[in-house]
Design a protein around this ligand. Sequence first.
Ligand code: CAO
Length: 499
Amino acid sequence: MLMLAQNSECTSTLTVARLAQHGGKLIHQYRRRCLSVQEERSLATLRLLPTPTLDRKLQVCSRSFQMLGRTLHGSAACHRAVVQFKLSDIGEGITEVTVKEWYVKEGDRVSQFDSICEVQSDKASVTITSRYDGVVTKLYYDTDDIALVGKPLVDIETESTSDVIQEEDVVETPAMAREEHTHQEIKGLKTQATPAVRRLAMENNIKLSEVVGSGKDGRILKEDILNFLAKQTGAILPPSPFGEIRTPSPAPKPPPLAASLRVLAGKDVTEPLKGFQKAMVKSMMAALSIPHLGLCEQVELSRLVALRAELRTEARGHGLKLSYMPFFIKAASLCLTRFPILNASLDESCQNITYKASHNIGVAMDTSLGLLVPTVKNVQLLSILEVAQELNRLQELGAAGQLGTADLSGGTFSLSNIGSIGGTYAKPVILPPEVAIGALGKIQVLPRFDVSGHVTRAHIMNVSWSADHRIIDGATMCRFSNMWRDFLQNPASMLLHLK
Ligand code: CAO
């Protein structure tokens, strides 16, 4: 009771307007809940029932109330400041991005980790999230504008304490987010939360491992702590005032209909190259400087077709789609172990070759944003099922237009399965700094002679290899191709080499 009285005193120092704005409803509900626990306690005492549970509830309730009082009191005391939220360095030499979509408008409230906008660099699509609680007062760009790294993106009028204001602006991709926030190892699991959220949890004796994070990648937010407390006390929290702009996952982007419609209407349309198109220009111009060696081969995949049919049900049991790609990728990795020069890079002055230890196999992917090449990392360490799992993940991200820089960089060798769309032959272009790539055509049922000279049905796929002829000769490419073909024609033989 004494604690409640102190807290009531504390809240009375807040102005009515502030209360309305910052959670008067919340306080009211907590107060009501705490009082009802108190009433429950009195009733229990009257009925001579044991009260330890109620006492605990009351303690927890008081703690939450104290915490709320502190938070709101702090808010009342702090001054408002406008923070210019700048677009930070995304890395990889990126200096500008295209603003694809705003998730906020001027006047919207944001809290930490709310998505502000989606931008597209020439390497990846990146979600920018807020590090501040406050109100967005200015957007510096319109959709489709080019935003410059280091320049202001939005202004946010903050209502937080000064230690938050001093924090650096943040640009976040799913992968970078993991580095940006502090981690806590708990029984092999990592919990993600900002120091402020951790402090809140600590002050209320809450173990982060017991809280389910509702932020991106399971990150624990301030609200999760409040909800956790509410569950302990039985209080009902009001809906988040920031709920309407919480982390929207961008829907697959429709094709740019406007331009094509205008073309259909008989008008020429000229528009600037942006994002991934720009990146394609850059990497393909760089590829032009590579003398390409080409080699084509036919692969008889009847055994693989039968094997996949057998294994896909089991993969489905693991919640995975098992296509042919994981076999193609794993076979390529086994061959790269034998032919490391195909998993290498040549420096710009053509003086040094670097043989890469990791087999990071890029997979050309037809995504909602166009052609991208995410990489399955360290294939040499993965089982076929693990490759399938990673490919499934990348495909899901690709379909949602959410592939980040980490998934799109670091490739050491590539495969392009144009056959999944229906192409029979292709002439793949090497993606520098890689030195080789394979294009896979569609698997067709065609007549072939068996060993006794009888015509049989066979599943045939064309594969076309391109290699950097400055460092790779035709014989090496051909031996690699033979080995890859043999693994897939007799997939059981891969077993002997799997670790
Ligand atoms: N021949 C016949 N069928 C094929 C096939 C092929 N070469 N490749 C895939 N398939 C089948 C799959 O087995 C799957 O069938 P089921 O539903 O029966 O399993 C179906 O086609 C769809 O496969 P998928 O495309 O979802 O998955 P995947 O692992 O085979 O391919 C990916 C993944 C990312 C390579 C593919 O989706 C893709 O984007 N391909 C286009 C690549 C591209 O654009 N290349 C050009 C680059 S240069 O501009």
